[in-house]
Design a protein. Structure first.
Length: 110
């Protein structure tokens, strides 16, 4: 790859708007970036959206644990492997909404 092509692929586009029109070529270009170039692009998007010193706070809530039917050998959630994770049913909607309500006053943004 020539330096001009490499530079154009590693430079941010100037717009960090959400994209929903990714082509296979676009995705391959991201996978082909070096780790440093990928971090540079991620940092540029971060700064465009949050500024240099802000961090988006998020809260994760596991609404179901274990008994997953997928065969992901690395994941303790899979029902196909013994990982010592106690399976729990899907949380009721009101409990999920309560959890969301608790997270927002603590600074969670999503």
């Amino acid at each position: 790859m020539h330096a001009e092509e490499s530079r154009s692929q590693t430079q941010p586009t100037g717009s960090s708007a959400d994209r929903h029109d990714w082509s296979g070529e676009d995705v391959r270009a991201l996978f082909d970036l070096s780790c440093g170039d990928l971090m540079y692009r991620a940092q540029t998007v971060h700064r465009e959206n949050l500024g240099g010193s802000q961090v988006q706070m998020s809260t994760l809530l596991s609404i179901r644990t274990g008994d997953c039917s997928e065969d992901c050998t690395y994941c303790p959630q899979s029902a196909l492997y013994e990982a010592g994770v106690k399976a729990e049913r899907l949380m009721p909607l009101d409990a999920v909404l309560h959890g969301c309500g608790m997270a927002q006053p603590q600074g969670s943004q999503s």
